[in-house]
Ligand binder design. Structure first.
Ligand code: SAM
Length: 350
């Protein structure tokens, strides 16, 4: 149990900086049903990002299993509403700790888990789970785990880490939370915007912004990129998002050494996709998750964009010998939005 003083300290930590804004933003985001989602301009982009996470998570669960680890435990840092719960179920892990700054998201995540558990076949043992609301850039999580000595095989941090680069202290605290409780040989994996790509696109623009009909990024100024607190606003499908911060990856790599973490790889979404799609199982998953848009559209359906320029690349590809119809593609604008990101994986040395 926490004392009143501890509760007040925790609350005031959340309130400093952008934490409150981030929590309020994600708390207010509505979970919409499949019907609404499938009508979205970025339906395939969302599914594509989800496929990227599935493949990354699958790869590292496999690595852990190869080390003969029984009873895999995972920390989902910035779990949101539980978008990855099914992936953990599929990976047959034993223990999951879900943490997020947004209380409503954590509640929804927990509800999703409870529903999943109640629908489980009686022969299936679903993983045990703990749910924590905390600002991972300000609070050390070890004190919040049911078992403070918990050791994780994987810490997964999907589309979250960039919120921490507001200050050196915050980025350091998030990293400590990600790595401190990993067992030797454990992995810290994630997805985050690629600072090189963001700055390249910004420098190529005539203004402080760039983007297209599905996303836009606005920096406060050009030419000056501090290592921490380099803020930009990311706007996806017209929803004004909360401020994010550039993550200069070589710096993260350097900071991670403090926790004995060695970078295994850092790949752009393009590199990761091109490598992973060669695997037949991943390719099938791409289809099952509807991560690419069929092109040309079937007679009874419409493409997500009516603008022919959005599919010029697919038209050109169709003229080649290799093309098997229908193709699987993303509209140009969706591809430009997703190709901002990178995937990364670190391993804790023994
Ligand atoms: C883009 S969402 C990703 C959610 C989830 N990882 C996924 O891939 O579906 C970013 C999440 O990071 C969480 N977040 C942002 N800053 C955080 C912080 N300081 N501590 C904990 N969670 C944070 C947000 O509340 C939000 O749920």
């Amino acid at each position: 149990k926490l004392t009143l003083r501890e509760l007040c300290t925790r609350q005031s930590r959340v309130e400093e900086g952008h934490g409150m804004k981030v929590a309020a933003h994600y708390n207010e985001l509505q979970e919409c049903g499949l019907k609404v989602r499938s009508q979205s301009r970025i339906f395939y982009l969302r599914n594509f990002n989800n496929w990227m996470k599935s493949v990354l998570i699958g790869e590292f669960l496999e690595k852990v299993k190869q080390k003969n680890r029984q009873g895999i435990s995972v920390l989902d840092l910035g779990c949101g509403k539980g978008g990855d719960l099914l992936k953990w179920r599929k990976g047959r892990i034993s223990e999951l700790v879900c943490v997020d700054i947004a209380e409503v998201s954590v509640q929804q995540c927990q509800q999703r888990y409870t529903d999943m558990k109640s629908k489980c076949h009686r022969n299936e043992h679903l993983f045990n789970a703990q749910f924590i609301t905390a600002d991972c850039t300000k609070e050390l999580l070890t004190g919040r785990y049911k078992d403070p000595d918990t050791q994780f095989d994987i810490c997964s941090c999907q589309f979250v880490y960039h919120y921490s680069f507001e200050t050196q202290e915050q980025a350091g605290a998030m990293l400590r939370n990600a790595c401190e409780s990993l067992r030797p040989g454990g992995y810290f994996i994630g997805t985050t915007p690629d600072a090189f790509e963001l700055v390249k696109r910004l420098e190529a623009s005539d203004t402080n912004s760039f983007g297209n009909e599905v996303y836009s990024v606005t920096f406060q100024k050009k030419g000056d990129y501090p290592l921490f607190g380099c803020q930009y606003d990311f706007n996806l499908e017209g929803v004004v998002n909360v401020p994010e911060f550039l993550v200069y990856f070589p710096l993260l790599e350097e900071m991670a050494k403090k926790y004995n973490m060695k970078l295994i790889y850092r790949k752009t979404f393009r590199e990761f996709y091109e490598e992973k799609v060669k695997d037949a199982e991943n390719k099938m998953l791409l289809k099952r998750m509807q991560a690419l848009e069929p092109y040309p559209a079937e007679e009874t359906s419409r493409l997500v964009s009516d603008d022919a320029c959005e599919y010029e690349h697919a038209e050109n590809y169709m003229k080649t010998q290799q093309a098997k119809l229908p193709l699987g593609t993303l509209s140009k604008s969706e591809w430009e939005a997703t190709s901002i990101y990178l995937v990364f994986a670190f391993e804790k040395l023994c």
